[in-house]
Design a protein around this ligand. Structure first.
Ligand code: SAM
Length: 340
């Protein structure tokens, strides 16, 4: 039952353990954060190369287990065990993060790490294969999604190695992969609330053209309303608030970014970012007559002209790079259109 609740799959292959430690390139002066040390297979290796290890473990039985294992090894003074849920606890300072992550907390963990300050140097994270492939997906890849764009906006992400189910005890249902995350420091100087607002629109139908997305009444209405209420945020547009980040990473796999209370699985992605349809033309829904729809029609025309002029009318989110999205946001902002 515990194993089910906490996703306890112990990494039993020492070659994989060593490869992870190797790729983390830990220095003798580093403090390492380990998430979910379990019985300590990674922990003991980390202790031998790092200056200090802070291990955050939610299961008290595992806390006891790892205490026992390290006791009398001469390394115990290098280890701090924090008995807590990593998503709910305040993280200490760390240079490197290593985690064989319980898969239910994948998305909130990525968010939490990328929001952490001061920024760490590198993280080596074991994820369910599909989640890992989403993190590293490039424009045009089938798994390219909002999670890919948002993660790669804030970090350099690499797929380090595949890890088969049989390297764990008990074997999980799915294959795994190790991902390397290196935060971009400083993060790009944009308003992340707007950024996320724009991305959500573009990815509602990632294979639909922007021209088609931005002529939907609902979307145009929202843009018109935003233009009336928008005020540049106090503290500057670059403010990377917890709240903004949280929004960027919630729903990433149909899970909330705020806690480990994740219930949905990766398959549920479909209801957020669906589909492969290439809808070109939607009927123009605006009704002529009233002043309200004049406003809407004008806005629609202005947006269509802008997209055309900046070369985005035929673009589709599924094929757009981070630079494309940044330039799209700037194009909108230049003419006073905002998404927050
Ligand atoms: N690191 C060990 C290894 O590689 O053999 C164990 C990995 S096991 C997949 C995940 C570990 O994370 C378990 O020990 C589990 O109790 C712990 N865990 C699960 N949810 C957690 C959470 N929210 N915060 C901290 N630890 C958690």
């Amino acid at each position: 039952e515990f194993q089910k609740t906490y996703g306890q799959h112990i990494l039993k292959n020492p070659l994989i353990v060593n490869a992870i430690i190797d790729k983390a390139a830990i220095r003798g002066s580093d403090t390492v954060l380990e998430v979910g040390p379990g019985t300590g297979n990674l922990t003991v290796k980390l202790l031998s190369v790092a200056k200090h290890v802070v291990a955050v473990e939610v299961d008290s039985r595992m806390v006891v287990e790892i205490h026992k294992r390290v006791q009398g090894s001469g390394l115990e003074s290098k280890l701090t065990i924090q008995h807590a849920d990593v998503i709910k606890t305040q993280l200490p300072y760390f240079d490197v993060c290593v985690s064989n992550t319980p898969y239910q907390i994948s998305s909130p963990l990525v968010f939490k790490l990328l929001a952490h300050r001061p920024m760490f140097r590198v993280a080596l994270l074991m994820f369910q294969r599909e989640f890992a492939l989403r993190l590293v997906a490039r424009p045009g890849d089938e798994l390219y999604c909002r999670l890919s764009v948002n993660t790669q906006l804030l970090a350099k992400v690499d797929h380090v190695m595949k890890v088969g189910r049989n390297n764990f005890r008990p074997p999980p249902k799915v294959e795994s992969s190790v991902v390397r995350l290196e935060p971009r420091s400083p993060p790009p100087p944009i308003n992340f609330v707007e950024w996320d607002g724009l991305l959500r629109l573009c990815f509602t139908r990632k294979n639909k053209t922007l021209g088609s997305i931005f002529r939907q009444n609902q979307v145009v209405k929202m843009i018109v309303e935003n233009a009336k209420t928008y005020t540049s945020l106090v503290g500057g547009p670059t403010l990377l608030s917890d709240d903004a980040l949280n929004r960027m990473f919630e729903d990433a796999l149909g899970v909330s970014g705020t806690g480990a209370s994740a219930t949905k699985k990766s398959g549920d992605m479909s209801d957020i970012e669906d589909d492969d349809r290439n809808e070109e033309d939607e009927p123009d829904e605006s009704h002529p007559g009233a002043g309200k729809s004049d406003e809407l029609r004008d806005a629609k025309q202005r947006i269509a002209a802008l997209l055309e002029q900046r070369g985005f009318a035929k673009s589709r989110a599924s094929k757009m790079s981070i630079e494309d999205f940044l330039s799209l946001l700037k194009s909108f902002n230049d003419v006073g259109i905002h998404f927050a």
